[in-house]
Design a protein around this ligand. Sequence first.
Ligand SMILES: Nc1ncnc2c1ncn2[C@@H]1O[C@H](COP(=O)(O)OP(=O)(O)OP(=O)(O)O)[C@@H](O)[C@H]1O
Length: 233
Amino acid sequence: MHPDIISFRDVGLRYGRGPEVLSDVNLSLPQGSFTFLTGPSGAGKSSLLKLCYLALAPSRGQITAFGHDAALLSNAEIQAVRRRIGVVLQDFTLIDHLNVFENVALPLRVVGQSRADYSQDVIELLQWVGLGHRLQAFPSTLSGGEKQRAAIARAVIAKPNLLIADEPTGNVDPEIGRRLLRLFAEMNRVGTTVMIATHDIHLIQELDARVLRIENGRVFKGLNITATGDIGI
Ligand SMILES: Nc1ncnc2c1ncn2[C@@H]1O[C@H](COP(=O)(O)OP(=O)(O)OP(=O)(O)O)[C@@H](O)[C@H]1O
């Protein structure tokens, strides 16, 4: 049996008194699945990922995370759910006074691992994402693409149950983009459920994964391939 890691039932989201940006969303992320989330700019991809991370609460409907109704969780329980999720959002959220190595090691430190236990893993992962030469650098000195890769390394280092990434290859060259995709695919192979928001059709076509697309606030399955063969996202 594959229980759902996250499921949405009739979810709607509005910001303040604005219009609903997501409406009647019903979806599930089965354990072990790999899902791409796509749709035009402003469609609501980041908003949907934030709902999955319980960083936003829906205006209506129900979100279930790891079997719990999110609306009924205490703050401490929400933190416990989030510790099972590796997340790469648009605003990177690296900690300014920690260097790259320390930022990436943080999820392991908070669960009590010692530096001797994790040091090699952190270094190898940073080498894999092309930051082997930037271990001691502080976030303020990194380029946008370097920050993004450090955030990705931090999101995956503790082998989370769920990985959520918002445009993870948006700032990197195609070769690094393919490497990152291989990293996500490998994590998925060993059990992590993955959800990636992207505009990048080439990325989506590299893997035989589920695709969800957001259009006009609603979530549909699959890419919208028109009769002419164009991909209408
Ligand atoms: N904090 C906020 N307050 C008010 N409106 C917001 C907020 N965040 C997002 N929105 C609005 O919600 C809608 C969806 O935005 P969202 O960032 O989720 O889209 P997106 O598909 O991720 O876009 P992009 O591909 O450009 O990153 C947009 O109309 C946006 O203006």
